[in-house]
Design a protein around this ligand. Sequence first.
Ligand code: 5RP
Length: 241
Amino acid sequence: ERYGQLLAWECGEAVLEMCRIKEKQQAGEKAAEYVRDGMVVGLGTGSTVFYTIRKIVELVKNGMKIQGVSTSKSTTELAGSLGIELVSINDVETIDLTIDGADEIDQKLNGIKGGGGALFFEKVVAYASAKVIWVVDAGKMAPKLGGVPVPVEVSPFGYRQVYKRLSVEGLNPVMRLESGQPFRTDSDHYILDLYPDNLDHPGELGAWLKEIPGVIEHGLFIDCAAEVLVGRGDSVVSVLR
Ligand code: 5RP
C-alpha cells in the first residue's frame, strides 16, 4: 500500500513537471513572435528561454537577420551552436528586445532572477534594452516576491564580510554550493542566496544591497520587464506593466 502511495505521489509530481515544461515551452516560443528582421536581441538564460532560442533559430533559417547578445556561457554555447550570430554587448548601439526567464514575478512585474546564476550579465543586458519580455510558467507568478531566495553575486575577495553584514541585517544568507564547493558564476564570483523574513520593499532592499562593497549585483529586477508571457495550461497570457 505504501508503495502504491509513493507511486501515486511520484506520478503526480511527474505530471506536474510535464505541465510546467509545456507552459515554459509555450511561453518561450510565443516570445519569438516579437522578434523582427534586423533586431539585436538579448538572449536570456534558462530552460524557458531555451524554447525562444530554438524558435529564433527557425527565423534565422527563414532568412531573418538577427543578432544576439548573450547573457551567459550556456546561452552562448546554445545559440552559437544553433547558428545565431552573436555580438558583444560592447559592440552594439542598442539592444532592441531582450527575452529572458525569471524565478518569481509579482503583480507589479518586479522579479527575482538568478536561480541559474546568470543574474549579473542578465541585468546588464536587460537594463541596456529598449524592451524586456520575461517568459515563465504560471507557477512563477506570485502576489508578492519572497517565495524564492534572492541571489546576490559577490566578489570572492571579502565575501565573508559581506556574509556577516547580510546576516546581521537578518537576511539569512546561504552560500550557494555546487558539488560541495562554492558555486562560481560566469565571471568567477560567488552567490549568496538571501532568505529575508519579508520582502515588502524589494526596491529598497535592492538599492541597499548595491551599496555594499563586494556586492557585484543582486537578483531583484525592479521596473525591468515591460511584458510577461505566462504559459498557463494550454495558452499563453500576456501581462503588461
Ligand atoms: C538564470 C535566471 C533564469 O532566467 C531563471 O532562473 C529562470 O530559469 P528557467 O526558465 O529555467 O526557470 O535568472 O540566472
